[in-house]
Design a binder for this molecule. Structure first.
Ligand SMILES: [Zn+2]
Length: 635
């Protein structure tokens, strides 16, 4: 009853013994992180160090947006705080809309009609001094086709700098990557304003241009934004609307006010209101100015439409204080799935606040706007309409889950996309399986990953998740880290796992955690060395591959051997079918591989003869599932 002849098995065991090493925490620590420990900006126990610093900027903006032409004219005053101990020669700005500038480098194609002049800076004022904003100006230096602009300082340590910028650009409408035109009069506008890049204690200035794949790495700040649009348009944005009575007719404004206090769903703009028109206030100049404020967020986005429905409700997310979150959906009446989105969003936020991560939703509002993307922004989501209800729930909950990672946690997604996509994948898996019970959802992306597991694109998570647009990036950012989190939860139990992750959130919310801060916190909180698990999954080449070895009976016990061929440890799941059709399911958490063993034997009391043994399940990836059965399938 042996699956393998003895020589083959010996060889496999030898191979596994070399691949699997004993446990320690000695994962690779790059010099940049070692320096942070030495400088005291980060601690080796996973806490921010005594000398931790972080810069930030507040943005006061006035935006004029023409939804017919797509022209956006902006004026902003940025108040930048240099909290670092360093004197800065320059301030580095990112002009992200230049993704669409003719000749800019980018990860993917854009519609030819969107390639244009990009951002034109018309005025730059630094601490009251007017500078020449054009390329070639003596203190405003344009790099990388204007995607990066450096404004010469100096900026003293501990100082506050005021930078005012006037600019304009045409917003993309043919290639809706994450933002841009949705239909002839609906838009989702993100990455739309000149902003100061992050300068942190690990890498200094992040002067990488926005290429289209990497999503966010931003400092935190307060936003006070006025958006001026033609009077028939409604505006939704990051932050709470400050002046509903000025921009909405009184009946609609009172519905909005009611939603702020209502557990039930309020149809602020229902089909009857759309049909009757007269939703927004009539303005003498033909435009309304919508004012939004958001505190301590890493980004700002807004959306407009003149023909969308609008549902809203609110939810007490923190019973201790009674704090409510406004949750709404704005959508095209043709989008059949969207009539339920506000309710799904509400249930998702309830799950996040109470169950996992079990931290009250950290912002006062969340809007899901019916655009053409699958994309999160602080307090805003841009989601395409989908036909499949399970997918709609998964998509809605996934994008909202990003509120915690990367927005509340300030993650550098340009380098470590796994630190937020893995969590959003993990979160939407549990929420979707709670809200949609007709069929179980597998981890998002797991099917695609399993088909390529053990191949070239199966890179260590740390190597893959900064790879730009590629399957390796996708696997390393979504299903693999989500599965890693599932393994921790399985190994520690749900409650302990939640406590550990809550501690990570407590330590680093509003800051910029690195992967080492995360790993160190896991070890510090559990008192456990996790190098045996972290190293193979995050740093070493290798894959997840278990093989069903010997299956044999000794008296009243069956012994089932599982051989670890792949270096990446995974939990063991076995389904035994007995001769009388009874079934026994066996499970071992990933910790069975802690000591680096190459094989593991599971004993099960005999219920007579075994008809079939199947190793693995729908949760755990396996690079070669063909060798997971007893008796073996005959090819
Ligand atoms: Zn995501």
């Amino acid at each position: 009853m042996t699956r393998y002849s003895a020589p083959t098995l010996t060889l496999l065991l030898l191979l596994s013994a070399t691949e699997a090493r004993s446990q320690t925490s000695d994962i690779f620590v790059p010099n940049e992180v070692r320096s942070a420990y030495e400088n005291g900006t980060r601690s080796e126990d996973g806490n921010p160090g005594p000398n931790y610093w972080q810069n930030g900027a507040d943005y006061e903006m006035h935006i004029r947006f023409d939804p017919v032409s797509g022209e956006l004219i902006g004026s902003e005053t940025i108040t930048y705080r240099n909290e670092s101990p360093d004197s800065l020669r320059s301030l580095v700005l990112k002009l992200m809309p230049n993704l669409f500038k003719r000749g800019s480098a980018r990860d993917g194609a854009i519609a030819p009609e969107d390639a244009g002049a990009g951002v034109t800076l018309t005025a730059v004022t630094l601490n009251g001094e007017s500078l020449n904003p054009a390329p070639g100006g003596d203190r405003v230096n344009h790099f990388m086709n204007g995607n990066i602009v450096a404004i010469r300082g100096p900026v003293a340590p501990g100082s506050t700098t005021t930078l005012s910028i006037d600019w304009h650009q045409m917003v993309n409408r043919g290639s809706h990557g994450r933002s841009g035109g949705v239909d002839s009069t609906s838009w989702f506008n993100a990455y739309f304003f000149p902003r100061i890049a992050v300068r942190d204690d690990i890498d200094g200035w992040d002067s990488s241009p926005h290429l289209g794949t990497a999503e966010f790495y931003n400092d935190f700040g307060d936003f006070d934004v006025t958006i001026e649009v033609p009077q028939d348009y409604v505006v939704w944005a990051t932050g709470l609307l400050q002046n509903p009575e000025e921009v909405l007719v009184s009946e609609i404004a009172s519905r909005y006010r009611a939603a702020l206090e209502s557990d039930g769903m309020v149809h602020i703009v229902d089909p009857a209101a759309l049909e009757a028109g007269g939703i927004t206030a009539v303005a003498p100049g033909g435009t309304n100015s919508w004012r939004f404020r958001a505190e301590y967020v890493p980004d700002f986005a807004f959306a407009v439409s003149d023909h969308y429905l609008w549902d809203a409700s609110s939810l007490v997310v923190d019973p201790a204080t009674g704090r409510r979150v406004l949750i709404d959906a704005a959508y095209n009446p043709e989008s059949a799935d969207f009539y339920e989105v506000a309710e799904v969003a509400r249930n998702s936020i309830d799950y996040m606040s109470r169950e996992f991560p079990g931290v009250p939703f950290p912002y006062p509002q969340e809007t899901v706007f019916n655009g053409l993307s699958e994309m999160e922004f602080p307090m805003m989501v841009n989601d395409v309409s989908v036909e499949d209800r399970q997918y709609m729930i998964s998509l809605t909950s996934h994008e909202i889950f990003h509120t915690y990672f990367p927005f509340w946690m300030g993650i550098n997604e340009i380098k470590y996309a796994w630190m937020d996509e893995g969590w959003a994948t993990f979160g939407d898996y549990f929420i979707t399986n709670r809200l949609y019970t007709e069929e179980p959802l597998r981890l998002f992306g797991m099917d695609m990953f399993e088909a390529e597991a053990g191949g070239w694109n199966d890179l260590p998570i740390m190597a893959g998740s900064g790879q730009g647009k590629s399957p390796a990036y996708f696997f390393a950012s979504y299903p693999k880290p989500a599965f890693f989190y599932l393994m921790l939860r399985d190994m520690w139990g749900e409650d302990r796992f939640r406590e550990v992750i809550q501690e990570f959130l407590r330590r680093w919310n509003g800051k910029h955690p690195t992967p080492w801060d995360f790993f160190n916190t896991l070890e510090d909180e559990t008192g456990d060395s996790l190098g045996w698990l972290i190293r193979p999954w995050f740093f070493d080449y290798g894959t997840a591959d278990l093989v069903l070895g010997d299956v044999f009976r000794e008296g009243d016990t069956w012994r089932i051997e599982v051989v670890r061929v792949g270096a990446n440890p995974v939990p063991i799941d076995i389904a035994v079918t007995w001769a009388d059709d009874r079934e026994t399911e066996l499970h071992e958490p990933v910790s069975v591989w802690r000591e680096g063993a190459g094989s593991h034997v599971i004993e099960v009391p005999a219920h007579g003869e075994i008809r079939q043994v199947v190793l693995g399940n729908d949760i755990t990836p396996d690079a070669n599932p063909a060798d997971n059965r007893y008796p073996p399938e005959v090819p």
